[in-house]
Ligand binder design. Structure first.
Ligand code: ATP
Length: 913
């Protein structure tokens, strides 16, 4: 694993380890051996680094994959402490597991060479953070985060018995019904236990000696017992019907409460269909098992136990044989049951993925149609359906095999016992009555076993579902309240970021050492290319995530010390997602402050400038908004969200592209409203369009996670840096106040390389030829490999350019923003578009076709002159095409090397296509 030549000098290493074991009797000889290997073969310092030695030993000695689940976030959050403990003490079992998991992580994520470097660098006294930096290039916090992201979050596979124990725990609070259930089962058990004894009595003391008294008395017992048992059966039916739904109601509540406490980081780990399918399919399957299987299995087990007691009473030798054979008969199928439980769990996981896939397909149907990737999606569907088929096949087969194996083993045991009884009766050691009673007993046992076997597949299926419910319940509530719930002295006068760094996955820093300070009331714009970290600042301020390093202060209080309720009262977030809750408009605004009066709700609606619209609706504030608010327009929904935020009356308003999902007209109107309502409070506003920036008190410019510039509009323009460049790109493209017309200056056109050398009068012509287009989100504008389309300049919104990879997935090449342009290849005869461009947000565009361009040239030029113009344009395009193709090939290669995972590129907002 570490590239050590094990054979070389192995004897001397073993000798040294043995000598050490003799001199330090408490020490694990295996650990000594690994320490000697590390120090003498890899040049690690003495004493050998405990972390790596213990980790390697644990890894080779244990199946870590099976134990990894035992570790949770806290276990991986103190690598320094772990290293120190393992350097001086004999390892605790949990620390040994941690070390093993860490070595596994380093090996998987960075390879054996880095693990060796890490081991060598772990010298006594060397800070672990420095070792991490020197060998992996990542800080200690990043390594811990990356490590925690790799932890398996699946609970250990468990079987039917733990599931039954869990069910018993669920039923315990319901005393009346549980008691009724237990009493019912006991009565059935007693009857089953006594029946063979009565049969024995009937045969040996009644029928054989012709004793009518005994016969009638025993028949009376049997009939009475039968009637009582039938009533007990009814009691069982009533109690399980009440207990199952009640117990599952409790589980639903628990899971829902847990859901509310999960952080965004944890929620990101779930597939979109998972949570819904846990609440729907998994809960149903478990409930079904609680009602139908669990009580049944318990009842049958009791019956078998009762029968065994009777068996002892009848003949102890046969009873001993019965118990031994039954033990074997139940043990053997357990081996199959383990596979059955795993198969049931796998099936549930696949169901969750499948539900997510269907949901995604339904949501993205317009995109699928416009991209014409129906066939590709069908291929993915077939793959998923195939996987579902395979996992279901395994699930059913294993379930049925478990049941069949149980029946088979029990039947074999029965035959064995009958054979023993017959043999003993030949020797005269047992009477005929005992053998008859035993046959009755075995019928009862066989019936119970058969019953258990038929209930097992349902129970096994439920174990898979239970594991998934448990895996959600077992997640730590990682959005906990602050331990020292401190109150920042209100009102708020200051918000500060001090050396704040953050990463979502531990792979790279998404915010890198951000320091900024601002006073209330102040309006702050967060600008920068797509993926530069603007929304992440909002995520940290609203405490959706906590910083990896550094502090965010509200006045002088660390945001992590402020309890969630106070924090939520201080802030409101409005982002581009305008999905509403199903219910009335009143409800959707009112949840901004529960308990608000109707007058307050109406005032908030007035401030958000939606009151007049609401009063025109037949049901006014009681109008139902439909699922997700789909009965209202995007602009109306956004105003309702703003009204909700205003009702909340926050001191800090966080706006994250609040208007970018709206059309330009609605954006213009809502921006006016936002400008009014933000004047009295602090506002952080993420924006791509810079036209609002001149009015802001402070502008923070982000690039690749770093805060590269901050100041007022004028200060930043004077810097001639990133902001000035962005401003220049956007400044001469204006949208009129109605949001319906776009204008671009000739000077701005000239800055596009394509038009750099076009004569002034032609540029004027081109400017007038440009067509204004308003395009909704998810519209495909150019398609890779085709020669149709137009040349576009982006005046508003965002466009994603991507290429299709060999495996059918698409790779994002660039995110184009206001001022960027694309599709110039459409201006050339026969040159196919190298990428597909699709709008991510509603866009306003200026566009030009090849015919338009030719027409412009025709107006003023002779054929020769026109061809000169075309030649210049062709030459510019050729240069850009070459550059584009080179970049494309490079990215495709890189993506293949990374396993071709399609994802938006972080630094995607470079120059336009
Ligand atoms: N939940 C997440 N998990 C992993 N990475 C994420 C997550 N959210 C954002 N990122 C990554 O973090 C980086 C910063 O994202 P962020 O959303 O803050 O950028 P942004 O500047 O707001 O971009 P945009 O303008 O496109 O909204 C990006 O590279 C993005 O891919």
């Amino acid at each position: 694993m570490l590239g050590i030549d094990a054979a070389a000098g192995a004897a001397s290493l073993v000798g040294a380890a043995q000598a050490e074991a003799r001199s330090q009797p408490g020490k694990d000889p295996g650990l000594s051996l690994v320490e000697h290997l590390l120090t003498e073969r890899l040049g690690c310092s003495r004493p050998a680094p405990g972390l790596i030695a213990v980790g390697v030993l644990y890894l080779v000695g244990d199946n870590l994959d099976a134990k990894n689940f035992l570790l949770d976030i806290e276990d991986v959050s103190d690598l320094s402490g772990l290293t120190q403990r393992l350097a001086v003490h004999a390892p605790e079992p949990r620390d040994a597991a941690r070390a093993g998991a860490f070595v596994r992580f380093l090996l998987d994520a960075y390879g054996a060479a880095t693990l060796q470097d890490f081991a060598r660098a772990l010298r006594p006294g060397a800070p672990v953070g420095q070792v991490c930096l020197d060998t992996t290039g990542k800080s200690l916090a990043m390594i811990e985060l990356q490590w925690s992201e790799t932890l398996s979050h699946e609970p250990p596979m468990r079987g039917v018995l733990p599931f039954m124990r869990w069910t018993a725990g669920l039923l315990r609070p319901y005393r009346f019904h549980s008691t009724m259930l237990v009493v019912g089962i006991l009565i059935q058990t007693l009857y089953a236990a006594f029946m063979p004894l009565w049969l024995h009595q009937l045969f040996d003391d009644g029928i054989t000696p012709h004793n009518a008294g005994v016969i009638w008395r025993t028949l009376a017992y049997l009939i009475g017992g039968f009637l009582v048992t039938a009533s007990a059966g009814l009691a069982i039916d009533f109690s399980v019907s009440a207990l199952g739904p009640r117990a599952m109601g409790d589980v639903r509540r628990q899971v829902f409460d847990k859901l509310l406490l999960l952080s965004s980081r944890t929620l990101n780990r779930f597939k979109s269909g998972d949570i819904v399918s846990i609440f729907s399919t998994d809960m149903f399957i478990v409930e079904n098992a609680v009602v139908r299987s669990v009580a049944g299995i318990v009842g049958k087990v009791f019956l078998m136990l009762g029968s065994i007691v009777t068996a002892v009473d009848l003949d102890w030798r046969m009873a001993l044989a019965t118990v031994s054979l039954l033990a074997i008969a139940f043990w053997a199928p357990r081996q199959v049951a383990r596979f059955a439980v795993k198969a049931a769990y796998d099936r549930k996981v696949e169901d969750g993925k499948f539900a997510g896939f269907i949901k995604e397909t339904a949501q993205l149907l317009p995109v699928i149609r416009t991209l014409d990737i129906g066939e590709h999606r069908r291929g993915l569907f077939n793959e998923q359906a195939d996987t579902i088929y395979k996992t279901s096949y395994r699930q059913y087969l294993m379930g049925e095999l478990t049941s069949r194996a149980t029946v088979f083993c029990i039947s074999a045991a029965q035959l064995g016992i009958i054979g023993l009884g017959a043999a003993l009766s030949l020797t005269g050691t047992v009477s005929g009555g005992v053998v008859v009673a035993y046959i009755g007993l075995l019928l009862a046992i066989g019936g119970s076993a058969g019953g258990i076997a038929s209930l097992l597949p349902t129970a096994i299926q439920a174990v898979g579902s239970w594991q998934r419910i448990e895996s959600l319940l077992a997640r730590p509530a990682d959005a906990p309240d602050a331990e020292r719930a401190a109150e920042p002295d209100l009102p708020l006068s200051r918000v500060a970021f001090q050396d704040v760094s953050f990463s979502y996955t531990g792979e790279r820093l998404n915010l890198d050492d951000i320091t900024l300070e601002t006073q209330v009331p102040r309006r702050v714009a967060l600008v920068g290319p797509s993926g530069s970290g603007k929304s992440t600042v909002i995520n940290l301020l609203s405490r959706n995530y906590d910083a990896l390093k550094g502090t965010i202060l509200l006045n002088n209080t660390d945001i992590r010390d402020v309890d969630n309720r106070t924090l939520r009262a201080l802030m409101a977030v409005v982002n581009q997602d305008t999905t509403l809750f199903e219910g009335s408009i009143r409800y959707n605004i009112g949840i901004g402050r529960l308990g608000a009066t109707d007058a307050e709700i109406e005032q908030a609606a007035r401030d958000a400038e939606i009151h007049d619209f609401i009063t025109t609706l037949p049901n006014g504030y009681d109008t139902e908004v439909g699922e997700g608010g789909k009965l209202l327009s995007g602009g109306q929904r956004q105003r309702i969200v703003i009204a909700r935020a205003l009702l909340h009356d926050p001191q800090i308003l966080l706006l994250d592209e609040a208007t970018s999902a709206l059309d330009a007209e609605a954006e213009a109107a809502i921006n006016e409203t936002l400008a009014k309502i933000s004047s009295k409070r602090m506002m952080f506003s993420v924006t791509h369009r810079l036209n609002s920036c001149p009015d802001m008190d402070m502008i923070c410019v982000f690039r690749e996670g770093r805060l590269v510039e901050q100041g007022t509009h004028e200060e930043l323009l004077a810097l001639h840096g990133v902001y000035a460049g962005m401003w220049e790109k956007q400044a001469d493209i204006s949208i009129d106040s109605s949001g319906q017309d776009v204008d671009i200056s000739v000077e701005r056109l000239r800055k596009i390389p394509l038009f750099a050398s076009v004569p002034q009068e032609d540029l004027e012509g081109i400017r007038h030829m440009l067509r204004v287009e308003e395009v909704p989100a998810d519209t495909v504008l150019t398609v890779e490999g085709t020669t149709t389309g137009r040349f576009y300049i982006l005046a508003r919104g965002m466009v994603e350019s991507s290429v299709l990879l060999g495996d059918g997935t698409s790779l994002t090449m660039e995110i184009l923003e206001v001022g960027d342009f694309f599709g110039e290849f459409a201006l050339l005869e026969g040159v196919p578009n190298p990428t597909t461009c699709r709008t991510r947000l509603p866009c306003m565009l200026l566009s030009l076709s090849r015919q338009d361009l030719r027409h412009v040239a025709d107006l003023h030029r002779t054929a020769d002159e026109q061809s000169e113009l075309e030649k210049e344009i062709v030459a510019t395009l050729d240069r850009r095409l070459d550059a584009k193709l080179e970049e494309l090939i490079g990215r495709r290669l890189a993506s293949k090397q990374r396993g071709a995972a399609p994802r938006a590129t972080a630094d995607a907002a470079g120059p336009s296509v």
